[in-house]
Design a protein around this ligand. Sequence first.
Ligand code: AMP
Length: 207
Amino acid sequence: MNLLLMGPQGCGKGTQSERISKDFGLVQISTGVLFRQSIENGEKLGLEAQKYMNQGVLVPLDLTVKILAERLKKPDCKNGVILDGFPRSLEQAEALSKILKVDYVILFDTPREECIERLLSRRFCKDCKTNFSTRTYHKDTCDRCGGKLLTRDDDNLEAIKTRLEVYDKTTTPLINFYADRLFKVKAVGAPEEIYSQVKNFLKGKMK
Ligand code: AMP
């Protein structure tokens, strides 16, 4: 089974993807994570993508499809994947339809002010990449591995506004594109409550 997670930045796709991956044995693939790994490794593709990422705009189609297609070729993807952050435009959805069959699309519906607050309070561990929120976590080192907590370069108000505008203009048309396999979740409240809706939906589909 291949899933797509959709929703504005800050809706909690990453957290939900982690839980789905554990329970259903699907591999998590986030194009944002792939780009950040490529930047950390000093690769040409990552450094090219970084210019766009820091401004909060989309990385060009050829680079994005390339990094995703390479990841999808790895053997761990054969039992199914969860795509988080791809596709983000109709042209990406069309490119994806040539390389992967998407079974279901889960759309996380979160109020805009909540997304902005979550992004502004987001920190990540430099070493293990776990996310934390300063709203609930008050240390500056990671609970899991002791790594230093940092703020993402694009989690500043200006880039956040641009990213949300890009989502509204370029990504929301995908809701119609995938209307025949879409499951909409009201993504407010505790992550566990949101996840129980997702889990029930997926269990129903697996029967
Ligand atoms: P994310 O980690 O999903 O918030 O993505 C961070 C940034 O990576 C985005 O603001 C874009 O610049 C870039 N990016 C991630 N996924 C895509 C995509 N599907 N298409 C184009 N750019 C992307």
